[in-house]
Design a binder for this molecule. Sequence first.
Ligand SMILES: Nc1ncnc2c1ncn2[C@@H]1O[C@H](COP(=O)(O)OP(=O)(O)OP(=O)(O)O)[C@@H](O)[C@H]1O
Ligand SMILES: [Mg+2]
Length: 397
Amino acid sequence: MTAIELEGLSKSYGNTRSPALDGVDLSIHDGEFVVLLGPSGCGKSTTLRMIAGLEQPSSGVIRFDGQVVNDLPGRERRVGMVFQNYALYPHMTVEENLSFGLRSRGETKAKTAERVAEVLAMLGLGQQGKRRPRELSGGQRQRVALGRALVGRPSVFLMDEPLSNLDANLREQMRMEIARLHSEHGITTVYVTHDQVEALTLADRIVVMDSGKVRQVATPRELYLGPSDTFVARFIGSPGMNLLRVPLGMLEGPEHAASPVTVPAGLVPRLRGCGGGEAVIGVRPENLHLDDSSNGVGLNCRVALVEQLGTHLQVHLTLGAPLEDMALVAKVPVGRDLRRGEIVTLSFRESDIHLFDTTTGLRLAERPHEAADRSFALAGRGGAASPKQMGEVGEAC
Ligand SMILES: Nc1ncnc2c1ncn2[C@@H]1O[C@H](COP(=O)(O)OP(=O)(O)OP(=O)(O)O)[C@@H](O)[C@H]1O
Ligand SMILES: [Mg+2]
């Protein structure tokens, strides 16, 4: 197997103003399953194609096990690649599709047949060898594509959105198949997707990319619990984190007495580190709790929309005066009977708060796990806060 290192990797296509990839540094361990995740156009496929040797970097270095491979042709890098559209030869049978690469490398007929039979069995395609791609289902075709990448015993497995042409059930099945293949064979794998469920379930580590740059490299758990900036906070999670831009005056100092927002005293020193006299407070939708308005604590919110998602309800909320422009999303259990227009009370735990710098968008500090049991409420005291400022939050962060 192979460790891969990218150092200062950049790629510009023609005369385009901004590079497709801009100084990416990344170390992928031997046998690791790394997922490149990010919005369309952020440079995922470009990165993968450069690792495969299908594209030349404009600058930077690619190393396999410490050896620079920039000038090594793709076919000599021992990579197996799987694409979204399968890229099978339509006029060849499944067996021929799998044999082709081995035969053109000079492998004997007998050895090729043996290896092809082994891979077909490994992927549950033993009965499909004589068929052509058009006679197969989408899932079977993608299995053949996986087989074709595996048959040459690659030391690196590269996959570019391999499941996006499949329906939801098949995607889940193939996801498990890919996870099984990786755990059995331990081939270093770089997998591109913009589907965070795939990323979170498959990856040892996820590389979150945006506009040709790496935003964060972390395990799925670390990404969820400690997003390094507001982009990652919003990108990970479904829906992403609620981000509220809150003037510091609402949280401490003389204005605080009349502010509709209260925070526990322990948070105040962390908030002073924020730039621009404001803090960005982030709370995940699943960490917002809706209590009865009858208990009299917390800020009144109005239910703007309730989406029934089977496993849970997704509740869109707007805050009451003086914060009527502020919107949040909460995920709550299905049992809850909520109606549009209903007034509910919002609260969340201090340990579920994420803080970001308003200017840079960067995470401010670790979360205070020791304060896990203390509650934080947006307390409905009314007063001096500017609803406009709070209202701009969602858009601005
Ligand atoms: N051959 C090319 N010529 C010119 N520009 C290109 C070429 N390939 C990619 N680009 C540009 O480079 C940027 C990154 O493209 P890339 O295909 O790597 O994105 P991606 O993250 O894989 O997106 P998607 O999720 O849509 O597949 C985009 O702005 C794209 O338009
Ligand atoms: Mg792509």
